[in-house]
Design a protein around this ligand. Structure first.
Ligand SMILES: Nc1nc2c(c(=O)[nH]1)N[C@H]1C(S)=C(S)[C@@H](COP(=O)(O)O)O[C@H]1N2
Ligand SMILES: [Mo]
Length: 310
């Protein structure tokens, strides 16, 4: 019984982790399913606390292996679940970072803690574990988790983007890790952009830290800046003065904009002036700021890390 609860909780956390990471990657179009499953997995873990508590209490009474580490793991796990729910309730900022940012940090911290916990409390599934009764109980809790998630969204959950992000009027100057505005002037770009047709797009900038903002971006089309692509071009690398870069499929270039204006005003340094990329439908980390170069490449677009590392 205890072993099954522990394994089920581990499965719930693994499902939440996988969908959580995926939810940072997917764009608006496919996001809702991933974020919905993520929420249901979270509530699944919450429901399992009811069965996990007596196990934890017995372990502590027995002064089982690494009781201290177990308590820390439990505290981080509960804080992680609570901050996830707080974000879904519409809590945007938690001091200098967003609530979702805290949730993410706790989730990342929980991974090694849970791995260590599993190592000191090994749970080997046994042949007889998945009896009919056990399966029915498992399925019951999973169905309950889906019902709780649906009820939560229908009653207290705030209206959010399909990605789970909360709406705000303006993009908050945000860096992926610790990138900051370099000193660059429009000089080189003025010549390159001169004479190209103006283009604008109104779309959502959706940051993985949990907010999104719909604004009008104006500038020129990336395709117009590149002109005819050399034969064999499979992707285009957009690079920042800071070294930050993202690679896009050549077929996607037509939808990308090099912006110099935000909501009718010249772009500010914090938002990527003089020139920043606008990638409608893609998460914020694709919107390279302080663009220094755009280069056609013969490498495929998947030839890059899924998330930037600088
Ligand atoms: N060069 C560079 N561009 C960047 C980033 C960065 O760290 N460096 N952060 C990205 C992320 S994560 C987001 S959400 C958006 C934020 O744009 P904003 O600062 O205009 O709100 O810029 C993106 N472009
Ligand atoms: Mo972001």
């Amino acid at each position: 019984m205890a072993r099954r609860t522990n394994l089920t909780l581990l499965a719930a956390l693994a499902a939440a982790l996988i969908t959580g990471v995926l939810s940072l990657w997917v764009g608006e179009d496919r996001a809702w399913l991933v974020t919905w499953i993520h929420g249901a997995a979270g509530f699944w873990a919450v429901l399992l606390i009811r069965w996990k508590l007596p196990i934890a209490r017995r372990g502590l009474a027995r002064r089982g292996p690494d009781a201290g580490a177990s308590l820390v793991t439990a505290a981080v796990a509960i804080a992680m679940l609570l901050t996830g729910i707080a974000h879904a309730l519409g809590a945007g900022d938690a001091g200098p970072v967003t609530m979702l940012g805290v949730h993410l940090a706790l989730g990342v911290a929980l991974v090694p803690l849970v791995l260590l916990h599993v190592r000191s409390h090994p749970q080997v599934p046994r042949r007889g574990d998945l009896t009919r009764a056990a399966f029915l109980r498992l399925a019951g809790i999973a169905v309950a988790a889906v019902a709780v998630k649906a009820a939560f969204e229908a009653t207290v959950g705030t209206s959010r983007a399909a990605t789970g992000s909360l709406r705000q009027a303006r993009p908050a100057p945000t860096s992926w890790l610790d990138d900051s505005p370099p000193r660059v002037d429009l000089g080189e770009w003025r010549e390159r952009l001169d004479g190209l047709p103006g283009r604008s797009v109104t779309c959502a900038l959706d940051c993985t830290s949990g907010w999104y903002s719909v604004n009008r971006w104006a500038g020129v089309g990336l395709a117009d800046v590149l002109g005819t692509l050399p034969p064999g071009t499979r992707s285009v690398v957009v690079r920042s003065h800071t070294g930050y870069s993202r690679r896009f499929d050549a077929a996607e270039v037509a939808g990308l904009l090099l912006a110099t204006e935000l909501d009718g005003a010249p772009l500010e340094a914090d938002h990527g002036a003089p020139v920043r990329l606008v990638a409608p439908g893609r998460r914020g980390f694709w919107w390279v700021k302080w663009v220094s170069s755009v280069e056609p490449s013969s490498l495929p677009s998947w030839w890059q890390l899924p998330f930037p590392i600088s």
